[in-house]
Design a protein around this ligand. Sequence first.
Ligand code: UFG
Length: 332
Amino acid sequence: MQILVTGGAGYIRARVCVELLKKSYTVIIADNLSNSRIETVEKIKQLAGKDDVIFYKIDVTDASALKSIFLSHKVAAVIHLAGFKAIGESLEKPLKYYYNNTVSTMTLAEACIKYDVKKFVFSSSATVYGENKVPFVETMELRPAANPYGATKAMSERILSDVARANPGFSVSLLRYFNPVGAHESGLIGEAPKGVPNNLMPCLTRVARGKMEKLRVFGNDYPTVDGTGVRDYIHVVDLAEGHVAVLEKLAPGVHIYNLGTGKGTSVLELIRAFEEANKIKVPYEIVGRRPGDIAECYADVNKARRELGWKAKRGLLEMCRDAWNFEKNYRE
Ligand code: UFG
């Protein structure tokens, strides 16, 4: 069965491709390589021990490029993971985000309708919940996104839900990722952002490596366990397995799933877990809050457990160990 994965050469996406190959799907990757590397495609094959990967360097907003893929392959389902994801950049370049992230969703959905592909899985984000009461449940009313990136995720969810309602038989799964971290156990695929990292784990590994002097902890005056921000960190391999679980249960209509662990961890707790897992000291300093950050964000994971039979299995120590392992391998 052939699955079209957009953005398949990225960090989370690559891991999803490996899981699909392991389950004997053929993977067609459509990626413009704007924030990923072509070598990842070879690593995907190597890790899965399979060659069933077809790569197209295309932009998903390009309808004619998509058309040629749909005409050349019998696509059974689409997993749409392509998109810009840096919150800070989205505030500086809102049009880039609104255009790319929503037009790609619409173009792909339109191609699916046209070529009779009825299964669509979308990588959304916990950011759509906005500042809500934790734990975040799929049935909650969404709060306005604090930045254009979050708004594009909420808009794409809305667009796809409307498409599913207007096209009986169409299946849409909206996957709300919490905070993916870690890497493949092999250290071959992990988070290697181009440029300066924004997220906590890649900053942490850089400090551990001596490339940054100190980790800046953004605020210790939140109403949380120790005053620092609380997030639901999920191992990227668990997240990838969640995609396969979803793919195997696709049914017509709109289905929303949180992909998280259900556990909140503060920044200081994550630093301590990293130090314990890797026996390495991470110097840090407390600085002011980062604009747009919320105090707490973690998932209610009951729906995914109940309906998909999926739950995250890997703990914080594994996430920290694998992230560090990748950082060492990658830099070397
Ligand atoms: N943090 C620091 N120092 C850093 C980086 C982050 O203290 O150098 C803190 C943040 O203030 C926050 C926590 O670490 O409390 C996590 O921050 P990240 O930047 O790693 O992640 P966010 O929760 O801000 O955002 C991530 C993704 C978004 C997604 C969101 C969903 O980057 O794309 O999770 O929960 F929308």
